[in-house]
Design a protein around this ligand. Sequence first.
Ligand code: FE
Ligand code: FE
Ligand code: ZN
Length: 283
Amino acid sequence: MLHIGCHLSSSKGFLAMGREAVKLGADTFQYFTRNPRGSRAKAIDPQDVAQYREFLQEHHFAPVVAHAPYTLNACSADPRVREFAWQTMADDLRRMEYTPGGLYNFHPGSHVGQGPQEGVRLIAELLNGILTPETTATVLLETMAGKGSEVGRTFEELRAILDRVELSEKMGVCLDTCHVFDAGYDIVNHLDEVLAEFDQVIGLSRLKAIHLNDSMNPLGSRKDRHQKIGEGYIGLEAFVRIINHPALNSLPFILETPNDAAGYAREIQLLRAADSIRSQSAR
Ligand code: FE
Ligand code: FE
Ligand code: ZN
């Protein structure tokens, strides 16, 4: 069965997100660990979390994705920005122990002129300072579009980070379809080849979640502008191949498309319908 959901606001707490997801036809979702611009996080209500965990079990949810704030830049040239990244991620991972075994996704960062090699070094340094043998979360590097000086546009850059992380068994990757397409990986015409390359460079066993977004811009544009499913340069047919691909079809798929709740519900329904048509004809 297809595991699909969308990005949800965490402002009403955990249980409210679980209920909202079910209302939209989802069995997974993503939320920001704090304001996306990265202010202080709300205090966690242990009772809310306990009810939430029970709710997810009852409704057979797939793994849920927590997303770090966009302002977190582990490889900034400014030591204060790096310190903020350190504090934020350490605090997020502490808070994630209320929901043990979760997925924590972050943007590797922008090296702002220091060069990708220095970026990779700083990102790994931060992870090595934060991850402990007790960490139960899996920390995901998101594949990036390569806008500006973003690190993580190529599979090789992600691999270079993973290679430097000591507790590398705590690490995984989240593939964003808009980002890899904008980065130049042709998932429309060469999905098998792109996934083979991912497997060769990073290893498909590292892949823990997919961000499902169409792109407003053509292949290799390095723009990172998400579009609704089927309304961008990737197109619905490619998404049907992606959600059905044997290397991907058991992963949680998260929509981060420009939609309100009704729009998300429609996209979830559309992709669930496309998925069931394919699996029926395959039988
Ligand atoms: Fe992201
Ligand atoms: Fe994303
Ligand atoms: Zn994006």
